[in-house]
Design a protein around this ligand. Sequence first.
Ligand SMILES: Nc1ncnc2c1ncn2[C@@H]1O[C@H](COP(=O)(O)OP(=O)(O)OP(=O)(O)O)[C@@H](O)[C@H]1O
Length: 249
Amino acid sequence: MTSSVIAYARSLVKVYGEGPTAVRALDGVDVDLVRGELTAIMGASGSGKSTLMHCLAGLDKPTSGSVVVDGEPVSEMSERRLTKLRRTRVGFVFQAYNLVPTLTALENITLPLDIARRPVDADHLDLVVRTLGLTDRLGHRPTELSGGQQQRVACARALVARPAVVFADEPTGNLDSTSAAEVLGFLRRSVDELGQSVVMVTHDATSAGYAHRVLFLADGRVVDELREPTRAAVLETLGALTGPPRGSA
Ligand SMILES: Nc1ncnc2c1ncn2[C@@H]1O[C@H](COP(=O)(O)OP(=O)(O)OP(=O)(O)O)[C@@H](O)[C@H]1O
């Protein structure tokens, strides 16, 4: 592994259930995630995208194989060490923003650090808040913010602790196209300007176009990848994997 790899998986297998009904969600995945890049994971429904992300992030245990994040052997960790890793070394953005409704945007952003009893680096907080365009929204509660603004708060919350990797699962799944473009633009800036490493699961070719690199899964395996993807190239690759794309004219 070179220092340009922030996280990797080797021979990763995840089987859900047992016997004849067992599902092999990951079937021997080898992947290197590059430091300071936005990596998108795409593939048909059921291809294993969420399972891969959850195993990489220490949210789910692989059946076999290994995961290393920022030099830490995630796949071998006890629950206790995993909890610590999730608090300090990885950040999460989910489709549902999962903000605490009674807290302001600023309080939501600093909550993980407060829970971990870690100090807030005011300069970094300021940079993250400015990068995400939230400077004049910090005193607002989630109900006073648009969906796009709430997801930007969730992104700021994931970024503020300077995690090794931010994992985003369909981060724009609930957003209209304008808000989605804003959130994706800010996620990309967090990579280009703050040096963050981000892994994002998405169904959407336009979203994948914001990534440096797209990995394509089929039947629990990485079957293709694109660097500096365009929407058209993503659609073409998906089409080759799953048949002609629908509504892609
Ligand atoms: N907890 C679980 N128990 C049993 N089977 C599961 C579980 N989680 C996922 N699976 C199965 O594993 C396979 C991969 O699921 P996964 O959610 O990783 O796919 P995905 O590509 O993220 O799909 P989608 O795009 O629909 O979210 C699917 O066949 C799914 O039904």
